[in-house]
Design a protein around this ligand. Structure first.
Ligand code: URA
Length: 241
């Protein structure tokens, strides 16, 4: 990919464009071993080697972050009243236009994917691509066999919307269940269980695609995803299921 040198430095080093320009004018920057003074030259991010003070930069076009969303934090980019998922990660990525790819309710916890890659977000959220999402819920009345079957057949919400086939696996205590969805409708789990007068006490997302959130990632903590981890999210995305 071709990009301007100052933009490349700003994104790779998480510094402002003005600071990137200063580095260039102070002769701190070389491209393929040659000192450069002009900020607007175009470089190829795949083949050109850019060094700042002798240290080679690696450029990432986009970032992908797994956050364990704590309760009370909203899945938005900005909010007047509440802390957002972006507030929790933005200090480390000051030059990125980050947003959450998919939402969890304010009261829900667990895996939220944050990125600046709009196409990727669109792809994993599109109902056409069926990327599964797995949740653990605790509920206020037992999940019966009737509910299990209805999830499989497709639940019709109170407003008449028919949900795609989903999986609910009750645990032995009857009040905890694993749920796997292939679409993302607002308050989907609460509304699906609400049809059976089952209230949700807690809702925690553990998995997107086939990528599990590590058990030791504490609420509020986040990690940057590797290409291998990303491929666990997109696995099977383009196959019919
Ligand atoms: N379904 C819900 O009802 N809430 C969530 O946060 C996610 C899925």
């Amino acid at each position: 990919m071709q990009t301007r040198l100052d933009k490349f430095i700003s994104e790779s080093m998480a510094v402002s464009r003005a600071d990137a320009k200063k580095l260039i004018s102070k002769s701190a920057v070389t491209v393929n071993g040659q000192a450069v003074k002009k900020s607007d030259i175009k470089i190829d991010t795949e083949t050109d080697e850019v060094k700042v003070n002798g240290k080679a930069l690696t450029h990432e076009q986009f970032v992908y972050i797994m956050l364990n969303k704590p309760e009370g934090v909203v899945s938005a980019s900005a909010d007047k009243n509440d802390v957002t998922v972006i507030d929790l990660v933005k200090d480390e990525f000051p030059r990125r236009n980050l947003f959450p790819a998919g939402r969890l309710d304010k009261t829900s916890t667990g895996f939220v994917l944050i990125t600046d890659d709009g196409q990727f977000a669109h792809d994993i959220l599109s109902p056409k691509h069926h990327v599964p999402k797995t949740y653990i819920v605790t509920v206020d009345s037992p999940v019966t066999d009737e509910v299990v079957q209805a999830f499989k057949d497709g639940v019709t919400l109170a407003d008449g919307q028919l949900m795609k086939s989903a999986t609910i696996i009750p645990y032995d205590d009857g009040y905890t269940a694993k749920i796997i969805l292939h679409q993302g409708v607002y308050h989907q789990i609460k509304r699906m269980l609400g049809v059976f007068d089952i209230g949700v006490n807690t809702l925690h997302r553990t998995t997107i695609g086939y990528l599990d959130m590590p058990d030791d990632l504490q609420p509020g903590e986040y990690i940057k995803l590797t290409p291998e981890q990303l491929s666990e999210i997109t696995k099977d995305m383009f196959t019919e299921n």
